[in-house]
Design a protein around this ligand. Structure first.
Ligand SMILES: N[C@@H](CCC[C@H](N)C(=O)O)C(=O)O
Length: 258
């Protein structure tokens, strides 16, 4: 049997996308997800996304990390919006469902503006921070992120007893100024550095914005530029959080599956 798929990338965070409006893809088939995402033996991707019908929303995004675990993916959601536009499911605006609840988004000129869920607070531990932007994120400020050992130190924090057993994603942030950051992220579920992480840059922007007093932060990742706008309420609570950036189709294909 052949599985038709599309490949998308959002600032270098890459995903195999499947139009699964017929609910044909087995959600428990983790070996299949692993093998499709494998960069040597499969298509190769940080994650796999199914687009499914939903009675109350334009579509449902079902996201899997490359190891088959599930969480919210900001870049994946931006790609899901672009893919749903390509499939003709949505036009410019959409209201869709993800694992962390409903999201609204606008797709215009190849840029997806994605409304994230409100963030209830930031936990501080010395000079390091933890918050949940749909997925869990540790945020650590460093002086020279380009030369930082992201994979080694990211794995140390991700597997530390503090975050056991669920683990966390880990972001290393270099502050350029009050509104600009360089960010590199170690991702749980990929167990490696990815070129960009949408929920991760959102977490970094909220921490930095709460320290610098700004509510519009530009973030450079290894895979490109993203922006986060938000409203800061009292007690480090954030509403109207919007993640913006490009999401593009790279190719389409078909893979033989058993
Ligand atoms: N790349 C994603 C985050 C995907 C989920 C994460 N790896 C987790 O398991 O928490 C993004 O763009 O947000």
């Amino acid at each position: 049997m052949n599985l038709e798929f599309y490949k998308y990338q959002g600032t270098g965070n890459d995903f195999v996308m499947v139009d699964d409006r017929q609910n044909a893809f087995g959600l428990q088939n983790l070996p299949l997800i692993n093998s499709i995402c494998d960069r040597k033996f499969g298509v190769g991707a940080d994650g796999l996304i199914l687009i499914r019908n939903h009675p109350e929303y334009d579509f449902e995004m079902v996201y899997f990390n490359s190891d088959g675990t599930q969480s919210m993916c900001g870049n994946g959601a931006r790609c899901a919006v672009a893919f749903s536009h390509f499939l003709g499911i949505i036009s410019e605006e959409t209201h869709f469902l993800a694992i962390d609840g409903p999201h609204k988004a606008v797709y215009k000129d190849d840029i997806v503006h994605l409304e994230m869920n409100d963030v209830p607070g930031i936990a501080k531990d010395g000079e390091e921070y933890f918050l949940n932007t749909g997925s869990p994120h540790h945020v650590k400020f460093v002086a020279d992120v380009a030369h930082y050992p992201v994979v080694e130190e990211g794995a140390n924090i991700r597997y530390s007893s503090k975050y056991s057993p669920r683990g966390t994603n880990v972001n290393f942030v270099e502050v350029l100024d009050d509104q600009d950051l360089n960010v590199r992220t170690y991702e749980r579920g990929v167990e490696n550095e990815t070129l960009s992480c949408g929920t991760g840059v959102t977490a970094c922007a909220l921490v930095h914005g709460s320290l610098s007093g700004q509510n519009h932060i530009r973030i450079k990742t290894l895979g490109g530029a993203l922006e986060v706008k938000f409203k800061k309420e009292d007690e480090d609570r954030f509403t109207e959080v919007v993640l913006s950036g490009p999401a593009r189709q790279v190719f389409q294909g078909s893979i033989a599956i058993d």
